[in-house]
Structure formats: C-alpha cells, structure tokens
Design a protein around this ligand. Sequence first.
Ligand code: PSU
Ligand code: MN
Length: 309
Amino acid sequence: MVSSMRTRASEEVATAVREGRPVVALESTLLAHGLPPGHNRKVAARLEAVVRERGAVPATIAVLDGVARIGLSDDELDRVCDPDAGLVKLSQRDLGPVLGLGLSGATTVASTCALAHSVGVGVFATGGLGGVHRGAATSWDVSADLGVLAGTPVVVVCSGVKSVLDIPATLEVLETYSVPVLAYRTDAFPAFYLRDSGLPAPWRVDTADQVAATVLAHRTEVPGDSGVLVANPVPSDVEMDRDLHDRLLREGLDLLRSRDVRGKDVTPVLLEHFHSGSGGASLVANEGLVVHNAEVAADVAVAISERSG
Ligand code: PSU
Ligand code: MN
C-alpha cells in the first residue's frame, strides 16, 4: 500500500486497509458536479452513514491543495460540496497536473478508482459510470472511466450508464476491455434513471456473496488487471417515469447541440437539465440509486473480506 507525500489515506481508512477490514471508496464528482449545492452535502453524509451501517468504512476521495485524500473529514466534505470552492472535475489524466501544481478538484470514477487502488481499497460505489457518448464515432468522446476499469482491479458498483450515452457501444467496449459485467438481482443492464436499458446484462448475480466469489476468482485466476462492474438498478419506488425521462433526454441532447457543449461539460449539463426539467424527480432517483449502490458496495466489501479472512 502506498501512502506517498501526495496521496494520503485518513488514519481510519489506512488502519482498516491494514487490518483487512471492508472499505468502500466514494467519488466526489457526483457531489461537486452532479448534485445541486446543499443537497450534495446531505447525500455525502448519507452515503458515508449507510456504508458504516453495513459494517464498512467509507472513503470519499478528492484532491485538496495538491494532496489526494482518501477518506475526508467533515470539513473537507463541506469544501467538496461548496460551489464557491470551485473544485474542477478531475479525470485520471488531470491528477498529475493538480497534484504537481498544488491545486484541488473532485474525482470521477476513473480517478477515484485509480486512487482507491493505490492505497489498497478495492470496492467503490458511484451513481453512473461514464461510457461511450452518442456520436463518439466522430467526436471520439469515450469516458476514461472505461480505460481505467480495463486496467485497475477495483469493483465498481453503479446503476449502469445514463441513456444519454450510447449504451450498446459502452457494453461492447467493456467486453473489449475484458471487464465482467454483473447485473444485481436483474437480467437487464440498467440505465441509471431507469431500471432497464432494453439490453440484457452479460451476467446476473443475486447476492453480495456471489459478487465476492466472482471478484475473487476474477482477481486470482484470470490474467490481467481489469476491474469488475456491478450494475445495480435504481430502486423501483424512485425510478423515473419513462415518458418524462424520454422527453428530457431528447431535449437535453438538443440543448447540447444548440449550445455546442463538449467534453467534460457534457455530463454535468445533462444532469442539470434533468434536475431542473423533472421538478426534482431525477434528483430523487439519483439520490436513491447512489445510496443503494453504497449499500450494495458495503455488502460486497464485507463479503470479500469474509471470504478472504
Ligand atoms: N454519471 C452521473 N453522474 C455523474 C457522473 C456520471 O450520473 O456525476 C460523473 C462521474 O464522476 C463519471 C464522470 O466518472 O461523470 C464521467 O465523465 P466523463 O464522461 O466526462 O468521463
Ligand atoms: Mn468525455
């Protein structure tokens, strides 16, 4: 385990890792750039609380003043959730510049996975995975989340990928990168706000222990360093209405075109359109799914440490 000058695990996280106790990494981009101010701080606290209730240690990750922090204090979480703090969105390739230049930012799935792995944390919960964007054949916009999963042995629990992406292409790339995709208690690959993307998932699992068995076999028996994706659908009681979802999606895609939004701004602009256009329904779904993912990730982390113990 590395705790370098510029990457520091909190005392609690470092101790848990050393003792082989379950830890769940959480990302900060969904807080800083995916949820509105105020609401984001409540979700941050709820995520950490549910991970603890399930018997694991939460490790929210962000870069603050040139130090990658694995496990944040309450004050540090306040800062991540404060829009005036101006934390930029950091993918994996942005880590060198912010660490080297002493700057701050919120980590995406890609950079959170990489930092979690660097301190020995192998389970991570998020909302939606980044993927292949629509039109990627000409824009080349494919999230670094996929490339990092290809080479980082971390379990990522998410609710699939948003329907603003090209979901069939995203599943193809995950296959190319040899990332196992396990749908949790469903046969369908989920689409973030919706439980069913219309595409079947490659594998179905029904318990955290089945996830743990798969992860341990994948890590120990299968050559390569790819991660494992667990796709856990949004809970039925907070799933978005499909017609409202489809309308907001059409409008959101038009908005991107008319404002010429590109690159790292695409995801935050679309999320904001859903939040303002759905009268809050998308926020309820977003919070519900990310909390559920944190719970499942904690169960998986506990099951992995029981099987390894
Ligand atoms: N999906 C969401 N909410 C988010 C993100 C994705 O529903 O906040 C964030 C995650 O941090 C993910 C990142 O890693 O967006 C992907 O961004 P990009 O497509 O620019 O790689
Ligand atoms: Mn992108």
